[in-house]
Structures are given as structure tokens and as C-alpha cells.
Design a binder for this molecule. Structure first.
Ligand code: ADP
Ligand code: MG
Length: 164
């Protein structure tokens, strides 16, 4: 599944559409955002958090901590950024197994740096700049298993029409 976003607002709107799908996942979810610096990964997390009922301004780059955590109705959202993480051991020490507990929504920027640390059935979203327009991005969703496949299918129905 692939979308084109024309500006940051559209990227956040796409993420709110995904949140509408994931908010009903009592077991939790794992979403990995990949793409170069400045691609819009944090923008996407802001939209996701907002769609889950958090105020998007709370979400910032997690530059100096590995993860931030917020309570949600019946669960919590953990936002991690693995850009500066050097080893899987560092992740384990910071709370990796706890972040992947059932009931936790886990969204990670640069999740591809430690692919073995994530469960196979997670949703990978690759964000790439477009050469023809400085504000445009291509978002590509790839499911790693049956649960994330169902999220992608449902997300398609929640995505704002103008961003397709
Ligand atoms: P990352 O977390 O991937 O390093 P950020 O989300 O922090 O990137 O920053 C993305 C930057 O690109 C922001 O300044 C945002 O305003 C800008 N931007 C321009 N166009 C888009 C778009 N279509 N989607 C997301 N961000 C965009
Ligand atoms: Mg970021």
C-alpha cells in the first residue's frame, strides 16, 4: 500500500487514519517508521498520537532519550527513536521487552536499525522524499504478518481521500 503526502498536514492526517484502526487493538501494536532524517517520521508520530487521543504537541523528537511514554485509555503509547542507539543490549537495558508487552502501542523511528528486536508481525512504514516537490513524501506500508496486514487493509478505508 502506498500513499503520496503533499505536506506535513497530510502526513499527520494519514497517521490519524492509522490511529483510527490501531486504537481498537487491545493487544497493542508495533509500528516502525523508516526513512532519512527529515523524512517526516516524527510528524507521522504526532498524527498517530493525536488520533489516539493525545495532544500532538507532547510528541517531540526523542533525541536524548530512547523512548517517551504516555498513558492511553486501557493501555499506553511508547514512542522510541533508535537513531542514536548503538546496540541491541542498549535497547534491552532501556526497556525493550517492556515496550513490546501486550497492551502497549509501540511506534519506533529508525526501527530498521535493529530489525531483530521487533516482532515479525509489525507494520513498517517507509517515508521517502519525492524529487519533484520538496514538501511531498511517498509513504509505503509493509505488513510483516497477519495482524499488520489487517491494519493496512483497514487503514486504506480510513485514509483521507485527498492523500491517496
Ligand atoms: P524525521 O523524524 O523523519 O527526521 P521530522 O518529522 O522531524 O522528520 O521532520 C520532517 C520535516 O519535514 C518537518 O520540518 C516537516 O515540516 C517537513 N515536511 C515537509 N513536507 C512534509 C511532508 N509531506 N510530510 C512530513 N513532513 C514534511
Ligand atoms: Mg524524528
Amino acid at each position: 500500500m502506498c500513499w503520496r503526502s503533499r505536506n506535513p498536514d497530510e502526513t499527520r492526517a494519514l497517521a490519524r487514519g492509522l490511529a483510527a484502526v490501531l486504537r481498537d487493538e487491545a493487544e497493542g501494536f508495533v509500528v516502525s517508521l523508516v526513512g532519512p532524517l527529515g523524512a517526516g517520521k516524527t510528524q507521522f508520530v504526532k498524527g498517530l498520537a493525536e488520533g489516539l487521543g493525545l495532544r500532538e504537541r507532547y510528541v517531540t523528537s526523542t533525541t536524548f532519550v530512547i523512548a517517551n511514554e504516555w498513558p492511553l485509555d486501557g493501555g499506553r503509547l511508547v514512542h522510541a527513536d533508535w537513531y542514536r542507539v548503538e546496540s541491541e543490549g542498549e535497547l534491552e537495558a532501556a526497556g525493550l521487552s517492556d515496550w513490546l508487552e501486550p497492551g502497549t502501542g509501540f511506534v519506533v523511528e529508525w526501527g530498521d536499525r535493529f530489525p531483530d528486536a521487533l516482532p515479525a508481525d509489525h507494520l513498517r512504514i517507509a517515508i521517502a522524499p519525492c524529487e519533484d516537490d520538496a514538501e511531498a513524501r511517498e509513504l509505503r506500508a509493509e505488513a510483516g504478518g497477519p495482524r499488520s496486514q489487517a491494519w493496512v487493509a483497514a487503514w486504506r478505508d480510513h485514509a483521507p481521500a485527498e492523500a491517496e
